[in-house]
Design a protein around this ligand. Structure first.
Ligand code: BGC
Length: 345
């Protein structure tokens, strides 16, 4: 079988992952009643992930988000990528990490059980230089966290900036309007009509993107406004996090009272693309459902879009003999852990 599914369970969480794209097809969270709730969107069949263009649950890379004019320069040499989003490159190209077959194995460590995924992206694959050796861990901790770690090495100077593209919906309702979102960001990177950053850095103050105190997604998405209309009728923006030299810092909190579940996000990355599923309306999802616009929300911890062409943005260059490391934690509260879940933090 070309496509295989793997699973791991711990701390009141259970994950199902495809070797295709490292796709998280299901992330179950045990609610207060002890019942597993699937909090991510996806498709029923592996083949559907190849066609839908939504990147449901996938690892996006080598470089997540957009690269302007699908080109970049390293040490004076120009590299060209496929234009798979208008004239720009999106999420690693035509056959990015989301469409590769990863080697997956179960593993465990102190306080966690999970999966180790690895893949080799050969020199010049999708136009990126260097053989890139990529490992991703999905760790379910005793403390109800999904910890995602990315480790990479290259044999030539290259770019590396992956993310995880899960769409969360904590309530199982057809939209995320009953959710609240809080984002630890004072600034965002404004973008043009193609959703490519203009290079500016703007304050979130007095815009619909001011999530510093946390507010209802329903209120924000239904109110709309020019900024959201320009992004496909919703949020699709890179927020600038208060990054601290590779340490895990709080990025966001997504919560739904009706479900009684809260998800906190911590990351070492300097940004988070908040994407409110503006382009998923009409897509066929799990259980034969047809997804609606705003049916889920991605909280993509990442570097800033078009970083290679914006010298004042944090660099995504990876040199030979250097290790790329990035981590993100999705921590669930309101989870019922099994009695045998092990030691609690
Ligand atoms: C981007 C959206 C894009 C989507 C593709 C998101 O990360 O921000 O603009 O449409 O991925 O599924």
């Amino acid at each position: 079988m070309k496509y295989q599914s793997f699973e791991a369970e711990n701390g009141g969480l259970k994950i199902k992952v495809l070797n295709l794209g490292g796709i998280i097809t299901n992330l179950y969270v045990k609610n207060a009643a002890g019942r597993y709730i699937d909090v991510v969107l996806g498709h029923d069949k592996p083949e559907e992930y190849l066609k839908s263009g939504c990147y449901f649950g996938a690892i996006a890379g080598r470089v997540a988000n957009r690269i302007g004019s699908a080109a970049f320069t390293i040490d004076g040499r120009k590299y060209r990528l496929a234009k798979n989003d208008g004239k720009n490159s999106l999420h690693g190209g035509i056959k990015g990490f989301d469409k590769k077959i990863w080697a997956v194995e179960n593993c465990s460590g102190d306080g966690w059980k999970g999966l180790r995924l690895s893949v080799l992206s050969p020199d010049m694959e999708e136009g990126y230089p260097g053989n890139l050796d990529m490992t991703v861990y999905y760790k379910l901790t005793d403390d109800s966290e999904l910890v995602i770690e990315y480790i990479a090495f290259s044999d030539k100077p290259t770019l590396c900036a992956p993310t995880q593209h899960s769409y969360f919906n904590l309530s199982g309702a057809e939209d995320i309007y009953s959710h609240t979102l809080q984002v630890e960001a004072d600034f965002f990177t404004p973008s043009d009509a193609a959703l490519l950053p203009t290079g500016e850095v703007s304050s979130v103050k007095n815009t619909p993107l001011d999530f510093r105190k946390g507010k209802s997604l329903g209120d924000v998405l239904k109110a709309g406004g020019a900024l959201l209309e320009a992004a496909g009728g919703g949020i699709d923006h890179n927020f600038i996090l208060r990054a601290d030299k590779g340490k895990l810092v709080k990025a966001a909190t997504l919560a739904d009272k009706s479900a009684g579940i809260e998800m906190q996000v911590f990351t070492t990355a300097p940004g988070i693309q908040v994407y409110s599923g503006n382009f998923i309306g009409g897509k066929r999802g799990k259980g034969g459902k047809t997804y609606k616009k705003h049916g889920g929300i991605c909280l993509e911890t990442q570097f800033w879009p078009d970083a290679p062409n914006k010298p004042h943005f944090p660099s995504i260059r990876l040199n030979p003999n250097e290790q790329f490391y990035s981590a993100t934690v999705y921590k669930f509260k309101g989870v019922k852990k099994s009695e045998k879940a092990g030691k609690q933090a």
